[in-house]
Design a protein around this ligand. Structure first.
Ligand code: BGC
Length: 735
């Protein structure tokens, strides 16, 4: 019997490659294989490997047995197949997927287990579709609520985003599929994403915008990373020396491949010198320019070869790029232990529903309107988002889902099971868009009625209902939650504010349910008894929402960002600051992003970072530390008992923030340094314990270019949101 040296499913980064030759075997380490392969390659073969050969693939070297590398978007499901050189559909009938909830929803679970489940599930779908690189997850920081792609990211806090990215990455890569963490970095704007030239101080860079990427690379072990479109200090990030060479590959020791965002490379010399490894999506459009292969015109294709042939550049950089690409291929396409994956499985739908339900945030619930009571017999659902596809549209994360349970479907199924009837009215007409890049939602949302007619109908029906569920928010059209454009204001579009006010006047038993990836203004908030943020929920959106509305799932999602009352309250919109920006842009709010700004400046948000309610109640006891001081290089533990004081099982997110009480430099009022989600039965108490390490006390000293903790007093603040600190404990730090 043939001996197979390893078939373990634990696909560690430094795997061993097995070559079987005439039934005798040699075991070659990954690095040896890379060197041996490199030695056999011609310059032409090497250059072929460092740029695309189609919209989503790069060439291997068939004559040497090196396979192609296939990428897919990412990050919420596996993108349908496109034509070789087009964004439009290839017309396959077997490429529909499970759409998982948007990453904002995943971040809102504050549950690393949900992130692991997400990564495992989407990784299995990618593997089944024979993809080697999944373009995601996105960990850019939400700098302003107008950011068009915030729905694809994990909120405003670097610690939360990093912690949630790591299990996603490990889950995907356990399938022999690389994650490509994006968009490294400072991709906080869509409108001028190719030309905005960002500068910021090093503290903001190192403390706010880099940590999630660093964690993704160092703790998650991501095998690739996508460089962003924007410029940083006058140089495109896709060939930015400081970000790619000095920080990513230098300071962090990243051994994977840097993949350009599609069309992000603009210069051959810089791309050679400054750490770009594989160029994708450059808009040479050779097919219509009459060239046989436009890909040969890429910056890292013929122009690079010519420079090598003429002696203008050597091959040292080329070899480094090829080593990284070979490493990536070895870990994915050539991985002998990669599983077969699976697609559209019941387990994946169950995962989408579970993550979706856990991420939904109950923002407000006064008067006990929710969960839906047994005596509610007539339910009116109002709003376009109750019936509109949120999976089709929004840019590169648009998917072709096998099915999408709309909110109205989920609500109707659940209401009927409870003996209630459901009626739906439109209320407003937003976007009638029903296809994207050739994927059709199959919906006809045309409606020629006037706003007055739609509102009148909604009010008339609301007066007759026991309960009104308004389902609105944003959608995936331009200037909403959508790649390539940013929002134009904080307000809800399409006259929804007026409609909500009218509904609340007609029937006070109205719950407002928002589908969005961003906060919105709520001028009606004081009249609304119940408000839910349901995010973009993917294939199982309607089921997950109904689970929470009826209390089959007790809500436990918490906001991954601050919900501002007005745009002017936000740090990126303070006096004189504009957004979006073209050309030179300085992030003058520095480190004070999100709650760091609101807390430090004493501005009350509508809902604080980390906020989320439950149908039960929790009480936190007193925080206790295991020691009175941390010494250099040391740590201590801080614990707090948590009790479920209500009458149903539920989960609470216990959040640890640290404040530096005696800092010599500006520090945020407090910063998130730990969180745990605890599930408790009624009356049950559990103690949550956090490790506080020296690094949790540090700030980045830009002059010394090092992380520094200053001796003095620190306070651990523990609570259920940045605005609900229940208990504190102080301790000292000394060197
Ligand atoms: C997006 C990326 C995406 C790529 C490929 C780009 O426009 O910015 O996030 O992965 O296209 O679709």
């Amino acid at each position: 019997m043939k001996h197979i040296p390893f078939l373990s499913l634990a696909l560690a980064a430094a795997v061993t490659f097995v070559a079987c030759v005439n039934s005798s075997q040699t075991t070659v380490s990954e690095e040896d294989w890379i060197e041996q392969t490199l030695a056999k390659m011609s310059v032409e073969q090497k250059v072929k490997m460092i740029h695309a050969q189609s919209k989503f693939s790069s060439a291997g070297v068939p004559e040497l047995g090196i396979p192609e590398l296939w990428c897919t978007d990412g990050p919420h499901g596996i993108r349908p197949e496109v034509l070789w050189d087009e964004w439009v559909q290839a017309g396959w009938t077997s490429d529909s997927c499970v759409a998982f909830p948007a990453l904002t929803c995943l971040a809102a679970t504050w549950n690393r287990e949900m992130s692991a489940l997400y990564g495992k599930s989407i990784g299995e779908e990618a593997r089944y579709r024979e993809k080697d690189v999944l373009l995601g997850p996105g960990v850019n920081i939400l700098r302003t609520p107008l950011g068009g792609r915030n729905f694809e990211y994990m909120g405003e806090d670097p610690y939360l985003a990093g912690e949630m990215a790591v299990p996603y990455i490990k889950g995907v890569q356990a399938n022999g599929v690389a994650t490509c963490v994006k968009h490294y970095c400072l991709n906080n704007e869509e409108t001028h994403r190719h030309t905005v030239d960002i500068d910021l101080d090093d503290r903001a860079l190192y403390e706010i915008y880099l940590p999630a990427f660093k964690k993704a690379v160092q703790e998650g072990g991501s095998w690739s990373i996508m460089s962003s479109y924007n410029l940083y200090r006058g140089q495109h990030v896709c060939h930015n020396k400081r970000l790619l060479v000095d920080i990513l590959k230098g300071e962090w020791g990243f051994d994977g491949a840097v993949i350009s965002d599609w069309g992000g490379v603009h210069d051959t010399d810089e791309a050679i010198q400054n750490g770009m490894d594989i160029e994708f999506g450059t808009w040479t459009d050779g097919l219509t320019m009459g060239k046989t292969n436009s890909y040969d015109s890429y910056y890292l294709a013929d122009p690079y070869l010519e420079k090598i042939r003429s002696g203008e550049v050597g091959t040292e950089e080329l070899d480094d790029k090829v080593r990284r690409v070979l490493r990536l291929i070895h870990r994915t396409a050539m991985n002998p232990a990669k599983p077969t994956g699976s697609m559209r499985s019941p387990e994946h739908y169950a995962a989408a529903r579970k993550i979706g339900g856990e991420g939904i945030v109950l923002l407000k619930n006064e008067g006990d309107l929710l969960p839906v009571k047994a005596d509610v017999k007539k339910i009116l659902v109002v709003g376009e988002n109750a019936v509109k596809s949120m999976i089709v549209g929004g840019g590169s994360s648009s998917l072709k889902a096998q099915h999408e349970i709309y909110p109205l479907t989920g609500i109707t199924e659940r209401a009927e099971a409870a003996g209630a009837t459901v009626k739906w009215v439109r209320g407003y007409v937003g976007s009638t868009q029903n296809s994207y890049n050739g994927v059709k939602s199959g919906q006809d949302l045309n409606d020629s009625r006037s706003t007055a007619e739609l509102v009148a109908e909604a009010i008339g029906e609301a007066e007759k209902a026991d309960l009104v569920l308004f389902v609105g928010g944003l959608n995936k059209s331009n200037h909403q939650d959508c790649e390539g454009t940013d929002r134009e204001g904080l307000e809800l579009p399409y006259g929804q504010d007026n409609l909500i006010e009218e509904l609340l006047g007609a029937n006070p038993n109205t719950a407002v349910i928002l589908i969005s990836g961003n906060p919105v203004a709520m001028p009606w908030i004081s009249d609304a008894p119940a408000v839910i943020e349901a995010w973009h929920g993917g294939s199982e959106a309607g089921h997950a929402l109904a689970d929470v509305l009826w209390g089959d799932v007790n809500p436990s999602g918490h906001l991954p960002f601050t919900w501002p009352a007005t745009l002017a309250d936000c740090p990126a919109h303070q006096d004189g600051m504009t957004f979006p920006n073209d050309g030179k842009t300085f992030y003058s709010e520095g480190i004070l992003v999100g709650y760091r700004w609101f807390d430090t400046k004493g501005i009350a948000p509508l809902f604080p970072f980390g906020h989320g309610l439950s149908y039960t109640t929790f009480a936190l006891g007193e925080a206790r530390t295991s020691a009175s001081a941390i010494r250099k290089g040391g740590s201590l533990k801080v614990s707090v008992p948590v009790t479920n004081t209500g009458d149903r099982a539920g989960a609470e997110v216990i959040q640890l923030y640290i404040s530096d009480d005696e800092a010599s430099v500006l520090r945020p009022e407090k910063e998130l340094k730990g969180f745990e989600k605890v599930c408790l039965q009624p009356g049950e108490t559990r103690t949550v314990t956090f490790d506080v390490k020296e690094e949790d006390l540090q700030f980045f000293d830009a002059d010394k270019h090092e992380w520094v903790a200053e001796p003095g007093t620190f306070t651990a603040r523990i609570g259920t949101s940045a605005g609900a600190i229940a208990t504190t404990a102080s301790f000292n730090y000394s060197r």
